[in-house]
Design a protein around this ligand. Structure first.
Ligand code: ZN
Length: 138
């Protein structure tokens, strides 16, 4: 069995942002040389997500509105976590959107359903963060 590990570095220009990281994950898959197996992609930070959904800007806007209803950023003092920090909403948003995804690798390709793409969801950005890509197989 082969194994491959890589950290992707991401620094968003806004506090909240969605980035399609499918091309980077594909690059990792090609570098790994693995043709049959599994790829795990996870956020290495507790205020960011990795998830699979449609690459459609209207939907990403809908995520923003929906998450702000569930866990509004402001007022900051509504959250017990906010004292030294102001990112309680980001922890909650990440919890809803998830930590990681697992995708099957078949014949050297990400074995997606129709329209599936891998996204990095940032909820407390404007600083360097990492995503782990781990691939196992043969
Ligand atoms: Zn925090």
């Amino acid at each position: 069995m082969k194994s491959y590990r890589k950290e992707l570095w991401i620094n968003t220009s806004k506090r909240r942002e969605y980035i399609n990281i499918t091309p980077e994950v594909n690059k990792c898959l090609i570098d790994s040389g693995i043709k049959e197996g599994i790829v795990l992609v996870n956020a290495m930070h507790i205020t960011a997500s990795v998830f699979i959904n449609d690459d459609e800007s209207g939907l990403h806007h809908d995520f923003e509105i929906w998450l702000e209803k569930l866990a509004p950023e402001k007022p900051h003092k509504q959250y017990q976590h906010n004292g030294y920090e102001d990112n309680a909403d980001a922890h909650l948003k990440r919890q809803i959107m998830g930590r990681e995804v697992v995708v099957a690798i078949t014949q050297g390709k990400l074995d997606f359903g129709p329209w599936e793409q891998i996204f990095y969801g940032e909820y407390d950005g404007m600083r360097k963060k990492r995503v782990l890509v781990k691939i196992i197989g043969e």
